[in-house]
Design a protein around this ligand. Structure first.
Ligand SMILES: Nc1nc2c(ncn2[C@@H]2O[C@H](COP(=O)(O)OP(=O)(O)OP(=O)(O)O)[C@@H](O)[C@H]2O)c(=O)[nH]1
Ligand SMILES: [Mg+2]
Length: 372
């Protein structure tokens, strides 16, 4: 109570008139026990109408810690985070107007409202956003909740824990590594094959070769042939699963075989089975499922489920530059238990590709970093 009264004096000045006090016990966020608050209603004697001071929570767990719901950031912190906080504040107001967060606010400590808003802004589904905020609340020490940078670090850590990373393609000079890219139509498989091939050849000195089994689309083979010519790589075409072994042999002395496949709708089980036959013949060491970050959470999940039949166990996320929010990707990664091997960030071959990095992906998802 002494601390609460000191806070009232600080907020409203020495002439403050105490109108009432009471002890309140509140459920903590998501049922994490209770916390005790002291609510002081006070009026500034200078004002005409009585003004209610904010409820002043005193955390019993650490009675030395004192948090005011109406606290003001110290100068240095304000300079650093002030602008960002105003932006988040505006965002919270918007979301509140849309009725998207009101149901949560009574339970949500005010310090965590900005990160909840940030997650919704990044298109993270509400159920996952709530889970992450709960995790943040659990990660924070009592005295950290009032420090915006500690809250943000805890959020990043919670997001990072949803992401698992696969190592880049494990090619070894002199040995032959066979790698296939599969995925829905138009996600960027052919472009990514070209980026990988160019980087392995130009930057790392490997001898890659390309195989295409994309014989459905007119010009699909041509698209890869043009890349093969520009990068000076051997290219072989397999029109049927039975031609796969011959196609790989045709490439000659290469240490990385990159197989480009036709885009398959995840709903087309016949074509997915056919793809499985091609891959069974190729015996790839790695199968990467290429997914566009622009796609919604449901289609991402169904692609992962359907392409599990061809043993696609790593993900390449494309078009990060085009996605407005990566919350759907985060939801997928949190559930699908598939590591991410590469990220692609534009149409340019060979530049717009990078090995996946957990910290970078978390920052991109949270909007703390943009695609360069
Ligand atoms: N913005 C952006 N566009 C990309 C990226 N990767 C590929 N694209 C573009 O996406 C379009 C389709 O790329 P493709 O490589 O042909 O896609 P695909 O998966 O091989 O398509 P299908 O073989 O028809 O299934 C092209 O216009 C590419 O330039 C990326 O990371 N960012
Ligand atoms: Mg293609």
């Amino acid at each position: 109570m002494r601390e609460a009264l000191a806070q009232v004096r600080q907020d409203l000045g020495g002439g403050a008139v105490i109108l009432g006090t009471r002890e309140v016990r509140r459920r903590r966020l998501f049922g994490l026990g209770t916390r005790e608050l002291i609510e002081v209603t006070a009026a500034n004697s200078q004002t005409e109408a009585p003004a209610a001071a904010p409820s002043v929570p005193v955390m019993k767990m650490a009675s030395s810690t004192f948090t005011s719901t109406g606290s003001v950031l110290p100068g240095a912190l304000h300079a650093q985070f002030g602008e960002q906080l105003s932006r988040l504040h505006a965002m919270v107001e918007d979301l509140s107007k849309q009725g998207r967060i009101d149901h949560l606010l009574p339970e949500l400590p005010s310090e965590l409202v900005p990160i909840y808003a940030q997650l919704l802004e990044a298109e993270v589904p509400e159920v996952l956003a709530r889970r992450l905020v709960r995790e943040v609340a659990e990660r924070l020490e009592p005295d950290e909740a009032a420090r915006p940078e500690a809250v943000r670090d805890a959020l990043r850590a919670a997001v990072e824990s949803c992401i698992s990373i696969a190592p880049p393609i494990g090619a070894v000079p002199g040995a032959r590594r066979v790698v296939a890219l599969v995925g829905p139509t138009g996600v960027g498989k052919t472009t990514t094959v070209a980026k990988l091939a160019a980087n392995f050849k130009l930057a790392q000195g490997f001898r890659p070769g390309l195989v295409t089994v994309d014989t459905y689309r007119i010009a699909a083979v041509e698209q890869l042939r043009i890349y093969a010519e520009i990068i000076s790589l051997p290219l072989a075409v397999a029109n049927a699963p039975g031609e796969m072994t011959r196609a790989v042999e045709e490439l000659g002395d290469v240490d990385l075989v990159l197989i480009d496949t036709a885009g398959r709708s995840p709903r087309d089980e016949v074509k997915i089975r056919e793809l499985a036959d091609f891959l069974a013949a190729a015996q790839p060491d790695e199968v990467h499922l290429v997914l566009s970050a622009v796609a919604g959470e449901r289609s991402l999940r169904s692609a992962v489920e359907r392409f599990a039949h061809v043993k696609a166990d790593r993900l390449i996320l494309t078009k990060l530059d085009e996605a407005d929010g990566l919350g759907g990707v985060l939801a997928l990664l949190g559930q699908a238990d598939r590591p991410v091997s590469y990220l692609t960030t534009g149409q340019a071959v060979p530049d717009d590709i990078e090995p996946a990095d957990r910290r970078r992906l978390a920052r991109l998802i949270l909007g703390d970093e943009v695609v360069a």
